[in-house]
Design a binder for this molecule. Structure first.
Ligand SMILES: [Mg+2]
Length: 439
């Protein structure tokens, strides 16, 4: 346990929905639901205006529609989310070298390495408040909730206490008083099964958990879990903030605004990504043994599958072959929105060289084009551009007609027009690449 509140947890508020409201002025202050819009879709994020009606993350979209039929249901624009995430993570890395991202919109930051004059509560509070303002600047209007505490556990609990747009600093020494009245579900790792087991033993709050002996806890939930629970119930958490080490893995991924369904196209994209990954490995004189693919389905479920080779490789063909085999085991018939390939378990030599194996294999990289433009799929919320009207977003489509609202983050709420779905004047708008995707 640290003696000062030097661990920060920052969490952007209703992230996907907030980005949509930023970029779609007509949706500001209105209920917005981002997620899978199809029959089996689930909610990824709901705006606070939709949460009032009981819409929650991970709820089926069908349920969300019945609770809040007047919400805007959007299928998500990962390029915009990644751009905002990139801006925030870059800002955080500029204040401390120890930034541990948990997802696109959440990270721990170690303030012991932020070069502050001291780590007193007043100092870290002022620093965090200023940083929250800078997050809003670099994201052009998003808000973040921040928690500060003596550990990751406490910082994360704190960031949730005054959402949205809040800042909570848990003063050193007050952690247990804060936790005691809370439900045991506040403790990381306490999921539905553990909660149920504890409930049957009459344990609902952290205070009740704290009263249980270590032996009894181990008997209830097992040795590994029990020891951790016992410590966390006492706010004892020494987990360090671990910066993502650049060289731990090399990966390339692409997100697509329309669902990919063609297997051969997906294989082609994976093969091209494998080529890029292999080129980066060779550039740094590295190789790796574990090959992973990442696939996000149309309903936002994200799957990853990996395979470990007997020896490290930096060969494009080997990575591509493995990636395609991993894809073959997944059901992607509902459509895919993100594909990625990564290599981890890195070593700084190529084992294959020891056996004098030649590059059998610089496989021809296929020329793959993602059919952003050619495919006339207009998903709700996607960015489009019209030859005369300029930029806008798809409000809805069906029966051969697509309806577009012409507005962007920089304009007032704009007009709505309808077109034939195959109107050549209307095309998908393709964002510029992020700075680190250009090489
Ligand atoms: Mg968030």
């Amino acid at each position: 346990m640290r003696t000062q509140a030097s661990v920060m947890h920052l969490d952007l508020d209703a992230f996907f929905a907030a980005v949509e409201q930023r970029d779609k002025p007509s949706l500001r202050g209105k209920p917005v639901v981002v997620g899978g819009v199809g029959g089996r879709g689930v909610v990824a994020t709901a705006s606070y205006e939709a949460r009032v009606h009981g819409v929650r993350s991970a709820m089926s979209t069908r349920e969300a529609r019945s609770r809040c039929p007047h919400a805007a249901f959007l299928s998500g624009r990962f390029h915009a989310y990644r751009e905002a995430s990139h801006a925030v993570m870059s800002l955080l890395r500029s204040v401390s070298p120890l930034v541990e991202p948990l997802s696109l919109d959440e990270a721990f930051v170690d303030l012991q390495r932020a070069g502050l004059p001291d780590l007193e509560v007043a100092t870290v509070t002022a620093f965090a408040e200023e940083l929250r303002g800078r997050v809003t600047e670099v994201t052009r209007g998003l808000t973040a909730s921040v928690g500060l505490g003596t550990s990751k556990f406490i910082a994360k609990v704190a960031s949730d206490l005054d959402k949205p747009d809040g800042l909570v600093v848990v003063a050193p020494g007050t952690e247990q008083a804060l936790l005691r009245p809370m439900s045991v579900t506040v403790i990381p790792g306490v999921g539905p099964a553990t909660t149920e087991r504890l409930r049957r033993a009459g344990i609902h709050t952290v205070a009740e958990l704290e009263a249980v002996s270590l032996d009894e806890l181990v008997r209830l939930v097992g040795r590994a879990h029990g020891t951790g629970l016992w410590s966390l119930a006492r706010a004892q958490d020494d987990r360090p903030v671990v910066a993502e080490r650049e060289a731990k893995s090399v990966s390339v991924e692409g997100t697509y605004d329309t669902d990919l369904t063609d297997r051969r196209l997906m294989e082609g994209l994976l093969t091209r990504q494998a080529g890029e990954v292999a080129a980066r490995l060779r550039k740094h004189g590295m190789s790796g043994r574990t090959i992973t693919i990442k696939v996000r389905l149309h309903d936002f479920t994200t799957l990853s599958r990996s395979s470990t080779l007997v020896s490290p490789t930096d060969s494009a063909a080997t990575v591509a072959r493995t990636a395609r085999a991993l894809l073959a085991d997944l059901d992607t018939s509902g459509g895919v929105r993100l594909l990625g390939v990564g290599v981890s378990g890195l070593a700084d030599w190529v084992q294959e060289d020891l056996f004098g194996e030649t590059e059998e294999d610089e496989e021809e990289l296929p020329a793959v084009e993602v059919p952003h433009h050619s495919r006339r799929t207009w998903s709700p919320g996607m960015d489009v551009v019209h030859a005369e009207m300029g930029r806008g977003w798809v409000w809805g489509s069906g029966r051969g007609v697509v309806t577009v609202r012409f507005e962007t983050a920089e304009t007032p709420a704009g007009p709505v027009r309808s077109y034939a779905e195959d109107d050549p004047a209307l095309t998908a708008w393709v964002p510029p690449p992020l700075p680190d995707e250009q090489d």
